[in-house]
Design a protein around this ligand. Structure first.
Ligand SMILES: [Zn+2]
Length: 502
């Protein structure tokens, strides 16, 4: 296993980060569509920083986040943090959030409360035209026999996965060999070819279809990954967690949820959805980087998460986020063939990722102060950008939630000038309904067959772009409204798309 340092150094030496002028991208979007993975844009080189190599080390209901040398590293048993702070953490002024210096992986957790709000089957969700809540909405836990085992890649021979595989028919899925473990170090040849493979992990290569930022300056697309967790909960005023904070501040966020966690905590997913937050797919097991999986395994990871979300809240997300940001053109194509647009997070023009490293605190490999300092650097860089941005944060652990609702979110809200905090689809100006298949009003998405991918792994590097300044991602064409300006193409695509829905 390669060390993180080796991994980082190696990739920084080997790879290039491709920078594209954001305005040029926007014009391209208006003038061309239906080639979502097409390679366009000029490339320049700089040393790229690397995405966060983390792994969810799952231990049943209490999955632990750990940092490991490579994103492909997965352990069957997690390391249980050893408490290093005894007693109840002192409350910060006015809240139950501990002082920043006391937040650590071993600190005692507050007592999570029962869900403060429950919803009945048949209740009407806040999304216009959404199906009423299904009967499973009241389940405290879901029937495990109806779903794959937690925290491992689901069986690809199941009838469900075999059926979902048919969704790839007619789409151009690039014939890219899976990576060893999603790390640049384990696949140096692939890493050197990352621009052609569209591999974000090695050099931050993105495609027009990726959502990596918000278009408007000083706008932060807020997201929380890896839940639902007890700390996502709407818990009441005594121990504010994510949903409490967002409610108090009247903010919306995007939750990238893991199927295995939904199986344990469906009611928290319901709370997130019913509070008007965006729900997006973040794989079933979160156990392996997606570029290391076969097409069938990708379909299983995405399909089962899509399924359990639909079962619990009645809608199917039209977006997904790859764990660790590990995506290439094959993963993109499979995701989009299944009706999900990739969402990653921002890289600055200098190549650094907008990752708070909160996962390091949960894994005992960094302090909360380190994470907050990292975030302040992100805000500083964001202030210099012409677009908005998307930041990686997690809600699986109390310490990461404390950092977010106690410090990072407030820092942005209290900044002068103030940052606008919005959910990621919201900041893209997508109608809320377009975040779900059942309510999506944009008939150009999902993509029509035979026209879904422009990249095939052998295309020109000219098509790559970095996330740093690509505020208006190509997804505007697919979920949003700008594509209405290309009427002729839209009519054609509408016809094709409608035939898909039939
Ligand atoms: Zn994740």
């Amino acid at each position: 296993m390669k060390s993180l340092a080796l991994f980082t150094t190696f990739c920084a030496m080997q790879l290039t980060t491709v920078l594209v002028n954001g305005e040029a991208i926007n014009r391209r979007h208006l003038g061309k569509r239906a080639v979502p993975l097409s390679a366009t844009g000029a490339a320049s080189t700089s040393s790229g920083s690397l995405p966060t190599p983390t792994a969810i080390v799952a231990t049943g209901s209490a999955a632990a986040l750990s940092s490991t040398g490579t994103p492909g590293t997965v352990a069957g048993t997690g390391t249980t943090p050893t408490p290093v702070v005894a007693g109840t953490p002192p409350a910060a002024t006015g809240t139950d959030i501990p002082a920043l210096t006391l937040i650590s992986s071993g600190m005692p957790t507050r007592t999570a409360r029962a869900a403060a709000t429950t919803y009945a089957p048949g209740a009407q969700p806040p999304i216009s035209g959404a199906p009423k809540l299904p009967t499973l909405v009241t389940a405290v836990s879901l029937p495990t026999a109806s779903y794959p085992a937690e925290n491992v890649v689901p069986d690809t021979n199941s009838p469900q996965v075999q059926q979902w595989m048919k969704e790839l028919d007619g789409f151009n899925i690039p014939d890219l060999k899976p990576t060893v473990d999603g790390s640049c170090a384990s696949d140096p040849q692939f890493a050197a070819d990352s621009a052609n493979r569209g591999w974000w992990t090695c050099g931050g290569v993105t495609r027009d279809t990726d959502i990596v930022a918000c278009p408007d300056k000083f706008t932060w697309g807020v997201s929380f990954d890896d839940g639902p967790s007890p700390y996502s909960d709407l818990s009441g005023t005594a121990a504010p967690y994510v949903l409490d904070f967002l409610q108090q501040k009247n903010l919306s966020a995007t939750f990238f949820v893991v199927g295995s966690r939904i199986l344990e905590r469906p009611q928290i997913l319901v709370q997130e959805y019913m509070a008007g937050h965006e729900i997006s797919v973040h794989t079933w097991s979160h156990s392996k980087p997606l570029t290391s999986l076969t097409n069938a395994e990708l379909v299983a990871e995405l399909g089962w998460t899509r399924q359990i979300i639909k079962d619990v809240i009645g809608v199917t997300p039209t977006t997904m986020r790859p764990p660790w940001g590990d995506i290439d053109d094959r993963v993109r194509a499979v995701s989009m063939a299944m009706g999900m647009i990739p969402v990653i997070w921002t890289r600055s023009p200098s190549g650094s990722t907008f990752d708070t490293n909160d996962w390091k605190v949960a894994g005992g490999q960094g302090t909360a102060a380190d994470s907050f300092n990292t975030f302040q650097t992100i805000l500083s860089q964001a202030s210099q950008m012409e677009t908005g941005f998307v930041v990686l944060e997690h809600d699986l652990f109390e310490v990461t939630v404390d950092i977010a609702i106690g410090y990072t979110l407030n820092a942005a809200l209290n900044n002068n000038p103030k940052f606008n905090l919005e959910a990621i689809g919201q900041c893209q100006k997508f109608p809320a309904a377009n975040m779900y298949l059942e309510t999506n009003t944009n008939k150009t998405f999902p993509f029509p067959k035979n026209n879904a991918t422009g990249a095939n792994g052998s295309g020109s590097a000219a098509g790559s772009n970095s996330g740093g300044n690509n505020g208006k991602s190509g997804a505007l064409r697919t979920l949003g409204l700008e594509q209405t300006k290309v009427v002729g193409v839209a009519v054609l695509v509408l016809t094709l798309a409608l035939s898909m829905f039939a």
